[in-house]
Ligand binder design. Structure first.
Ligand SMILES: [Fe+2]
Length: 233
């Protein structure tokens, strides 16, 4: 029997009033045709990853994380779900807009709260949900993963902050994130990434993949500084 297919629709105000769905922050899944949880999650993130350039982080991250495993066994359900949902709390429409609230926003706590309901509606295995949440909690460079899947996600997420892609993702925040007013703010973050993140990588495969990314980042920062000639960026 084929798995169910799900689409995501905004909950109408009337439905909100009667509490049709309170777990998905005003969104619910409607079953429309045969499908699987992976397609449902991708479809959900395609709609919710805002600004739209944030979508690409998820497929790149999954590809990187699988590559880092180098053929060693891992739970692909857990890794896939964690990759696709770990940044839910940073998307516009999910994170708060007010600068004061945004400054103290815990996007991991938000993902831990919202993801279980979403995963259940997608038909994701219930027994694996706690492992997905654990990956949310341990994916930042400042934390330490407790599983191989967690290390794959964390190292891949660090790699996404380095190299040309890391530069693009950071520069894209200028003017649309209160912490990034000018290019100098973006360069400051890239300098910190260059200095601090390589030492956080755990897997030898990740350290190898980081090498060209670090060179590109260093060259880019140096070129920006030279071209600016001491003037404001
Ligand atoms: Fe991420």
């Amino acid at each position: 029997m084929p798995a169910a297919v799900y689409c995501l629709f905004p909950v109408a105000p009337a439905c909100r009033k009667i509490g049709l769905d309170r777990t998905l922050n005003g969104w619910h899944l409607a079953q429309v045709a045969p499908f699987d949880y992976r397609t449902a999650l991708i479809q959900f993130i395609r709609t919710h990853a805002q600004p739209a350039d944030k979508f690409g982080h998820q497929p790149r991250l999954y590809q990187l994380a699988v590559r880092l495993a180098e053929g060693k066994p891992f739970d692909d359900d857990v890794l896939f779900a964690a990759v696709w949902l770990h940044d839910l709390g940073v998307f516009i429409g999910h994170r708060p807009e007010a600068p004061a609230r945004l400054a103290v926003w815990d996007h991991i706590a938000y993902a831990c709260e919202v993801a279980p309901g979403l995963l259940r509606q997608c038909g994701f295995p219930e027994s694996k949900i706690p492992a997905v949440l654990e990956l949310f909690r341990t994916h930042l460079p400042s934390t330490r993963p407790t599983s191989f899947e967690g290390t794959l996600l964390r190292d891949a997420d660090i790699l996404e902050q380095l190299g040309a892609v890391g530069a693009l993702r950071t520069i894209a925040k200028v003017g649309r994130d209160t912490r990034f007013v000018s290019f100098a703010d973006a360069l400051g973050v890239l300098r910190r990434n260059l200095e601090k993140l390589p030492g956080c990588l755990e897997l030898p495969a990740a350290r190898l993949l980081a090498e060209p990314r670090l060179k590109i980042l260093q060259d880019f920062i140096s070129a920006a500084e030279i071209e600016a000639g001491g003037a404001e960026l």
